[in-house]
Design a protein around this ligand. Structure first.
Ligand code: SF4
Length: 227
């Protein structure tokens, strides 16, 4: 089974700076198709489980009190790259917004919860090493093809109403000729219009109304031709 690197906090490990995790239900689907390798670069870089929140300020990682943790963050990024080399990992799903794992957005360094586009240190190192990095906020269904198919099937399915036992088809009321624009031949006859007649596939109008006795010549009716 292919291995995939995932931020440890997304896998339910309480590695966040405040001792919490980031629940990520997609991980259960992912586990059916990949060997998930949880990894927290900040903890692996030597920081304690409960720690000060940090942001990237001018390429350094600082806490709000101004303490510089860049060394630990770089150490964590290096360990992530080594792990991917060791296991041949080509894909990583990382928690967005983190100064380590963020791959779409990160905090802007003002400690006012403002976000900007950018990369965390571990995401940067993995991308530079050729690992495909995705954020937890990305549409990730393509990573689990069977789930994608299932979703497409459900979307394409028409709601099917099961017929009850003894249920009859609803009676459809016939539309009036005024609505359909269809007139019977008899209707034309009543209105004194000539009926339509077919000649070898071509449609034509007979001179006499349809249904009246027709004569082949001008001779009076029933008169025999003299021999
Ligand atoms: S460094 Fe990454 S894995 Fe560790 S808590 Fe922060 S976001 Fe989660």
């Amino acid at each position: 089974m292919e291995k995939i690197l995932v931020s440890a906090c997304l896998c339910g490990q309480k590695t966040r700076f405040d001792g919490k995790d980031n629940p990520f239900p997609f991980i259960e689907k992912l586990k059916r198709h990949y060997d998930v390798v949880p990894f927290c670069p900040e903890v692996e870089g030597g920081l304690p489980l409960l720690r000060e929140p940090c942001e990237i300020v001018n390429n350094s990682v600082l806490s709000e009190s101004g303490k510089d943790y860049t060394k630990e963050y770089i150490e964590g990024a290096k360990k992530a790259v080594s792990l991917c080399h060791f296991f041949g990992i080509k894909i990583a799903i990382l928690k967005d917004r983190s100064p380590s794992c963020g791959s779409r957005t990160i905090h802007d360094g003002s400690f006012k919860n403002n976000m900007i586009e950018g990369l965390g240190l571990t995401a940067r190192a993995l991308i530079a090493d050729g690992v495909k990095v995705y954020a937890d906020t990305d549409a990730l269904d393509f990573l689990v093809p069977e789930e994608k198919k299932k979703k497409a099937k459900t979307l394409g399915k028409r709601p099917f109403k099961k017929k009850e036992e003894g249920e009859k088809k609803p009676f459809k009321k016939a539309k009036s000729p005024a609505k359909t624009g269809y007139k019977k031949k008899e209707d034309n006859w009543k209105e004194g219009k000539p009926a339509r007649k077919s000649f070898g596939g071509k449609k034509a109008f007979s001179k006499k109304p349809f249904g009246k006795p027709r004569r082949s010549s001008n001779k009076p009716f029933n008169q025999k031709t003299p021999k």
